[in-house]
Design a protein around this ligand. Structure first.
Ligand SMILES: C[S@@+](CC[C@H](N)C(=O)[O-])C[C@H]1O[C@@H](n2cnc3c(N)ncnc32)[C@H](O)[C@@H]1O
Length: 223
C-alpha cells in the first residue's frame, strides 16, 4: 500500500528556475491514514515562500505525519525536529521515511504527544518556529495542542507557531482557548503566498478543501 507523491515547489519570484522537488512516501492504509493532508501542502508552500529566512532556524513540527512541511524546512536549511505521538512508532517511522526519501539526514525525530511534558520536551533546544499542519482536526485535542504550543512559546518567547487548518465545521472556535492561553493569532491570506489554488506544487492538493493559515505568538506583555 506504499506509494510516493511528488511535490515541486517553484520559484516564481526573484530566482526563476530554482525549484525543490520532494517525494513523500504515503501509506494508504485507512488504519494508519499516513498521507499528505491538504493543509500540509499549504504550510509547505508558506515555508517555501519564506525560504530565505529559514537557514539555521530551529524548527519543530508537531503532529508531523509524513512531514512535508518539516522536510521543506530542512531542505531549505533549517535545523528540524519532527514529532508525532509518542505512543505511535509507526507515525515516527513515517517521519523517518520521508527524511530518507528526500536526503534529509540531520533531522531529529521525536515522540511528542500534545498535552504531555516529557523529559524530551523539557530538553528541546531553542526553537524559532513551531509548525502544525492539520493539528486542529478533533476538538477533543484542541486544549492539548494549545497547552503544548503555549508551553513551547513560553520557553521560546520569540518563536512563532505557523499553522494551517481545514475548516471542517463552522461551529468550532479556538477564540476562547487563545484567550485562556494568552496567545495572539494573526490570519495569513493564502493569496499572499500564492496558495489560493487547488493544485499546489504540481499536486492535486489542497483540492477543494478550505484551508486557512495563521501565525500564533505569545500575547500581551509576554511576546
Ligand atoms: C490530520 S493528521 C496531519 C498530518 C500531517 N501534519 C499533515 O498535515 O499531512 C494529524 C497528525 O497528528 C498526529 N496526532 C494525533 N493526535 C496526536 C497527539 N495527541 N499528539 C501528537 N500527535 C498527534 C497524528 O498521528 C497525525 O500524524
Amino acid at each position: 500500500n506504499a506509494a510516493s507523491r511528488v511535490f515541486t515547489f517553484e520559484d516564481a519570484g526573484t530566482r526563476p528556475g530554482a525549484c525543490l522537488t520532494l517525494s513523500i512516501p504515503e501509506v494508504l492504509d485507512p488504519r494508519y491514514g499516513m498521507y499528505v493532508w491538504p493543509c500540509a501542502v499549504v504550510l509547505a508552500q508558506y515555508l517555501w515562500s519564506r525560504k530565505e529566512q529559514l537557514p539555521g532556524l530551529g524548527v519543530l513540527e508537531l503532529g508531523a505525519g509524513v512531514s512535508l512541511p518539516g522536510v521543506v524546512a530542512a531542505r531549505c536549511g533549517a535545523k528540524v525536529i519532527l514529532s508525532d505521538r509518542a505512543e505511535a512508532p509507526s507515525c515516527l517511522d513515517n517521519c523517518r521515511r520521508s527524511c530518507r526519501a528526500n536526503g534529509v539526514q540531520d533531522a531529529v525525530v521525536l515522540g511528542l504527544t500534545w498535552g504531555d511534558v516529557s523529559p524530551d520536551v523539557l530538553l528541546l533546544p531553542k526553537l524559532d518556529l513551531i509548525l502544525g499542519s492539520d493539528v486542529f482536526y478533533d476538538p477533543e485535542d484542541f486544549e492539548d495542542v494549545f497547552f503544548t504550543v503555549a508551553f513551547l512559546l513560553r520557553k521560546n518567547p520569540e518563536a512563532q507557531f505557523w499553522t494551517t487548518y481545514q475548516e471542517r465545521s463552522a461551529d468550532w472556535s479556538v477564540a476562547a482557548l487563545l484567550r485562556r492561553w494568552n496567545l495572539r493569532c494573526v490570519a495569513v491570506g493564502l493569496d499572499s503566498f500564492g496558495a489560493d489554488k487547488p493544485d499546489l506544487a504540481g499536486s492535486n492538493l489542497p483540492g477543494r478543501h478550505r484551508v486557512l493559515m495563521a501565525v500564533i505568538t505569545l500575547g500581551g506583555d509576554e511576546g
